[in-house]
Design a protein around this ligand. Structure first.
Ligand SMILES: C[S@@+](CC[C@H](N)C(=O)[O-])C[C@H]1O[C@@H](n2cnc3c(N)ncnc32)[C@H](O)[C@@H]1O
Length: 226
């Protein structure tokens, strides 16, 4: 088993933010939003004016799509890196989408005014950044209104560094070295599904399902009853 190797939590370096915003993640972003839609379809419709929260929203890749998918929702994107949110606000303005982008760390969300109010909590590519293994689950449980839908998607950690190399060769064979390095570091920082299952149990969210998706992702989804 490969040990988890942490990355910095926040992405607030100028070069890092620009590189992230310029990269094309559209295929993965689409998969995440389709997953959210499928979750709603197999549970029940959201309330008429739901509160939708995108955690670790970065430059708004997923938040903008959620705003298009749920035009009657109040949409909030949260990230601890203000440089990311500057780009997210510009994008939302260009697309005439009404979204609140709040500069808060997840740790701060736990002290805030949104607790118990969210009807849908989403994150994409956030979990592997977090140092405290139960933080996302505590925040999810804290934000959830009764009946809240939850959809978190991220990388999962491979079993060995040989497997990391195989994934690099398969998915980024000719990418610049810096991107290959970042991908390998993110895989090494990610969680294994059974680690997530154990954390969910400790915070009382064991009603959520943890599923491995293709060769490198994990999805945590479901409904929070109370
Ligand atoms: C890889 S980006 C993902 C951005 C976006 N969700 C997407 O799918 O493109 C991870 C984001 O999580 C933010 N983040 C990491 N740890 C955080 C924390 N503890 N509190 C708030 N934001 C955090 C980072 O600043 C970064 O913008």
């Amino acid at each position: 088993m490969m040990q988890r190797c942490l990355e910095p939590e926040l992405m607030n370096g100028d070069a890092q933010v620009q590189a992230y915003a310029a990269a094309d993640f559209s295929s993965g972003d689409r998969t995440t939003v389709e997953g959210v839609q499928q979750l709603i379809d197999r549970t029940s419709p959201l309330p008429p004016e739901p509160l939708v929260v995108d955690l670790g929203c970065g430059p708004g890749n997923i938040t903008l799509r959620l705003a298009e998918l749920f035009p009657h929702a109040r949409i909030i994107g949260i990230d601890g890196a203000e440089a990311m949110l500057v780009l997210a606000r510009q994008r939302a303005q260009r697309q005439s989408l009404e979204i609140s982008f709040l500069c808060l760390t997840l740790q701060e969300v736990l002290q805030g005014t949104l607790l118990g109010k969210a009807d849908l909590v989403v994150s994409n590519s956030l979990l592997h950044h977090l140092h405290q293994p139960d933080l996302l689950w505590k925040v999810t449980r804290g934000l959830a209104a009764p009946g809240c839908r939850v959809f978190h998607r991220d990388l999962r950690r491979p079993a060995s560094s040989a497997e990391v190399q195989q994934l690099l060769l398969k998915h980024l064979p000719s990418a610049p070295q810096v991107l290959q390095h970042d991908f390998a570091a993110s895989l090494a920082a990610a969680f294994e599904p059974q680690e997530v299952t154990a954390e969910l149990r400790t915070v009382g969210l064991d009603q959520l399902a943890v599923a491995a998706e293709d060769d490198r992702y994990l999805v945590v989804s479901g409904l929070v009853d109370s």
